[in-house]
Design a protein around this ligand. Structure first.
Ligand code: ZN
Ligand code: ZN
Length: 204
């Protein structure tokens, strides 16, 4: 039997990418070659793809709030901005979902002509903030996000989240083949614990 998939006719509506491109691309025609002129504005955009590292990132479509100040200089347009959004990922120790507030500031000159001093330029009458904002956001993200500094991860034996199960331990090793190893590890941990609490007592 042959299944025929019906694909809806493509409408010629502007693609999402095009809309976002416009949102993070600001027109500065009224500031060009008018040193001293300044303008502020607030923009709300949906985050595009690619704002993250392997473990945490601003998801595509996440609202991004940007307060922008555009200043006209002799050599170009100085863009200062405060970016607020939220990154989502999971704790590298216990794998629980987590979110992290992202607040970054950018300050970048978009030059009229590119030379060694500047990385970005005014394109015709526009500045494209996307690469600058993306770099700042990605650089601000942790490579090892944790749900909290004290997170002790998962029980290596049964996988429960140790923060949810204080005092969690196994009386009998889950698999008898690991009994010898488990016993050893248990003894070692107790020794370490005793040594540590002993050291703490000495300090006091
Ligand atoms: Zn955790
Ligand atoms: Zn366990």
């Amino acid at each position: 039997m042959v299944h025929v998939k019906k694909t809806p006719p493509r409408k010629s509506a502007p693609g999402k990418t095009a809309l976002r491109k416009i949102a993070l691309t600001l027109d500065v025609v009224d500031l060009i070659h008018r040193p001293g002129e300044m303008r502020e504005r607030t923009i709300e955009v949906a985050a595009p793809a690619g704002w993250g590292n392997a473990v945490i990132g601003v998801r595509e479509g996440e609202p991004v709030h940007i307060d922008v100040r555009l200043e006209s200089l002799h050599e170009g347009i100085l863009v200062s901005a405060e970016v607020d959004t939220v990154a989502r990922g999971e704790c590298v120790r216990c794998l629980i979902d987590l979110e992290e507030v992202v607040e970054v500031e950018i300050r970048e000159v978009f030059a009229y002509s590119l030379d060694d001093a500047f990385d970005y330029d005014v394109h015709e009458t526009q500045v494209d903030l996307e690469p600058v904002v993306r770099d700042a956001v990605v650089l601000s993200l942790p490579f090892q996000p944790v749900c909290q500094a004290e997170c002790t991860g998962l029980c290596p034996q049964c996988g429960v989240r140790l923060l949810d199960n204080p005092g969690h331990e196994h009386e009998v090793p889950v698999d008898p083949r690991w009994a010898a190893l488990g016993g050893l590890a248990g003894v070692k941990e107790e020794d370490v614990g005793a040594a540590e609490s002993g050291a703490e007592k000495e300090k006091r």
